[in-house]
Design a protein around this ligand. Structure first.
Ligand code: GLA
Ligand code: ZN
Length: 665
């Protein structure tokens, strides 16, 4: 990447245009005190930059960029396209998005544009070209921030223009109507199309909508949003080929296939707002960090936005208690962040986000807890530049696929309780609690560096998946697959023959019946001479070469296999046909880890997370105490480490206070 900033990125969204210039000097003083080296500028300033069509005003932006540069603060310059000016919306009637019910939305908020609106796209392209040409040689410019959180508010549109664009998209995908009719199964319910113009879109209808159509509309909308990014990126690349380009992502955001989008991002940027009052936060948040790293094959990302304390958009907005923001920031870093940034620098005085926390609060008090923590973190990060660009070296991978997510979570499935994210989180958090580092990878990934690959509900198998997984296991890998896998093809059509379809050979089983369980329903099963409960789902499994390692003890499934393992080439393929209680899933996965000789870098007490980053010659161990008590971590007797924040050597052992962290080299 063409990056000229050597340290860890530290700063936040900066919206100086919302305040008088008299505050700007004070901003510079406080930014320097806090160790800020990078700010995102101009994200919501289109209306100020272009007061009339084709008339641009840059005086305030010129001034602030110069001022930042004088203070050695570099700029992640926004293309400012995230919210179009009101005059533009009033002038062009193709801009406002239309929802599923056919209602045209108003522009009283932000991101109120249809992703396929020709007028919006034309205006955006002209703005981006003008901004890029103006600042192309400015020495403060270090990164382009395209738009903002694509799809955050308007992830889909159902206007007539989108319907027409969808038909074009379908023509390119299927080439002939025959192929489309076959892929969508339109002989069902008399949906057969004789002309492209007859094809409708999945608006609110009388009953269930054709699931293959819904899936394609999701793909189309994802592509439409990605196209907006690509159109802007093309312009800035043409004018400033050496400046890296990013846009801020929102965790595993369902509407956009981030694996596809990230291919055209120079660095991945994440906005992360976990709820500090949710006990699942500390193991669900790193899942998102690991996904961000996985989007670009293990490359570090920037935590582009997080809250210093509370947000303003939950029913009750819990604060981050003392040291929690620091702990969460280092957790991001432990999982691959090369930058820690906030929304936003100064708390808004007016508008919908005035009660969202910021680096500088309404009180402007530099002795307030929030600002003191911001200063502490910024000054610590300045000691950690050598971590930038270091990588993880995990031996376990979790497969993640957007098409699978979209299709599995569709309407009219065997159980609406079974959602993809629920299963991803279950398997991830189990590995997390075992302190086994995980990469989240796409299903066409090179798996050769992994020992274990886990696929929670691989409902859809696409061309190539079977070969990829079989070759991984054949060469000695261990594959772990959960229930409801190998069920449909890439158009969401069920496999004829036997479930789990293309995975039958690898798993050595035949699934005769799917038997989802009700919300409070529990089955029993036995494993390793102990008895456990399981929920959510069960299946009638027959062995076709695999061995049974756990069987059901309930209902009509009594005595039939619940957990199986199949030897395949030099490796093994496990199948888990239900959702086992936590202790059983933990037991099975930890036994597999032991079999594959995978263990954490140090053994740590419960509640302490350990994660590592590596350079070619060094290992960096992050210890994060998420618990409410002090914890003692024993260090190996023969080893001396360097505590990177205290800047001193340590050996023997470390006591970590609640919410404290250590980075050992
Ligand atoms: C998003 C947006 C920001 C701001 C924050 C508030 O991440 O990108 O502009 O609205 O949410 O949490
Ligand atoms: Zn539209």
């Amino acid at each position: 990447m063409k990056d000229k900033l050597t340290g860890i990125y530290y700063g936040g969204d900066y919206n100086p245009e919302q305040r008088s210039e008299s505050v700007w000097q004070e901003d510079m003083r406080l930014m320097k005190k806090a160790g800020v080296n990078f700010v995102s500028l101009g994200i919501f300033s289109w209306a100020l930059l272009e007061p009339q069509e084709g008339v641009y005003v840059f005086d305030w932006l010129d001034k602030i960029i110069d001022l930042l540069y004088e203070n050695k603060i570099y700029v992640n310059l926004s293309t400012a396209t995230a919210a179009q000016p009101a005059w533009m919306t009033c002038k062009y009637d193709d801009i406002l998005p239309v929802n599923k019910d056919g209602l045209k939305l108003s522009y009283a908020s932000r991101q109120s544009y249809c992703p396929n609106s020709p007028s919006y796209k034309k205006g955006a392209a002209r703005l981006v070209r003008t901004i890029a040409s103006r600042y192309k040689d400015h020495p403060a410019l270090r990164m382009w921030h395209i738009n903002n959180e694509f799809g955050c508010h308007t992830a889909e549109c159902y206007c007539d223009n989108c319907a027409q664009t969808f038909r074009e998209w379908l023509k390119a995908r299927y080439l002939t109507l025959d192929k489309l009719n076959a892929a969508w199964g339109t002989k069902f319910w008399s949906q057969y199309y004789y002309s492209w113009d007859e094809i409708c879109i999945p608006k609110t209808s009388t009953a269930f909508i054709n699931p293959s159509m819904t899936l394609d509309y999701r793909r189309f909308m994802s592509d439409s949003l990605i196209n907006l990014y690509l159109e802007e990126k093309k312009i800035v690349n043409e004018i400033t080929p050496a400046i890296p380009v990013t846009t801020n992502l929102m965790n595993g955001f369902k509407p956009i296939d981030y694996f596809t989008l990230a291919q055209d991002m120079d660095i991945v940027a994440l906005d992360s707002y976990p709820d500090p009052s949710d006990s699942k936060t500390y193991h669900n948040t790193p899942l998102q960090f690991d996904l961000m790293r996985g989007l670009k094959n293990g490359r570090p990302f920037i935590l582009m936005e997080q809250a210093v304390s509370h947000v303003n958009w939950r029913p009750v907005n819990a604060v981050k208690k003392p040291n929690e923001m620091r702990l969460m920031s280092y957790q991001a870093m432990a999982h691959g962040a090369d930058g820690i940034m906030f929304f936003q620098w100064r708390q808004s005085q007016r508008g919908a986000e005035k009660f969202h926390s910021a680096m500088v609060s309404h009180n402007g008090d530099e002795n307030a807890r929030g600002f003191k923590e911001v200063c502490q973190l910024g000054n610590e990060l300045s000691l950690l530049s050598e971590l930038k660009g270091t990588y993880s070296n995990n031996k376990a991978a979790l497969l993640f696929d957007y098409d699978n997510w979209w299709a599995l979570d569709g309407e009219c499935q065997p159980s609406s309780l079974t959602t993809y994210m629920l299963l991803i989180e279950k398997y991830y958090s189990t590995l997390f609690h075992l302190n086994i580092g995980v990469d989240i990878v796409p299903i066409n990934s090179d798996l050769s560096m992994y020992d274990i690959v886990v696929a929670p509900s691989l409902y859809m198998t696409k061309p190539g998946t079977k070969e990829l997984l079989e070759s991984f296991v054949h060469h000695g890998g261990t594959f772990v697959c959960s229930f409801f896998s190998g069920i449909v093809d890439e158009n969401d059509g069920a496999v004829y023959g036997a479930y789990p379809g293309l995975l039958t050979n690898l798993l050595g089983i035949y699934v005769e019946e799917l038997n989802p369980l009700n919300r409070d329903e529990k089955y029993r099963l036995s494993y390793d001479e102990s008895h456990y409960s399981c929920t959510l789902w069960s299946e009638k499994v027959h062995l076709r070469g695999a061995s049974c390692i756990g069987h059901y003890e309930s209902d009509f499934l009594n005595d039939s296999p619940a957990l199986t393992v199949n030897s395949f080439g030099c490796g093994k393929a496990y199948y888990i046909s239900t959702l086992p209680e936590d202790s059983l899933l933990e037991k099975v996965l930890s036994q597999i880890a032991v079999e594959k000789d995978i263990s954490p870098a140090l053994s740590v007490p419960k509640g302490v997370e350990i994660a590592c980053r590596y350079s070619d010659s060094k290992q960096y161990i992050f210890l994060l105490n998420h618990s409410l008590e002090d914890q003692f971590v024993q260090l190996p007797a023969s080893m001396t480490y360097f505590d990177m924040i205290k800047q001193q050597t340590v050996s023997q052992g470390i006591t970590l206070a609640s919410k404290a962290i250590k980075i050992l080299r």
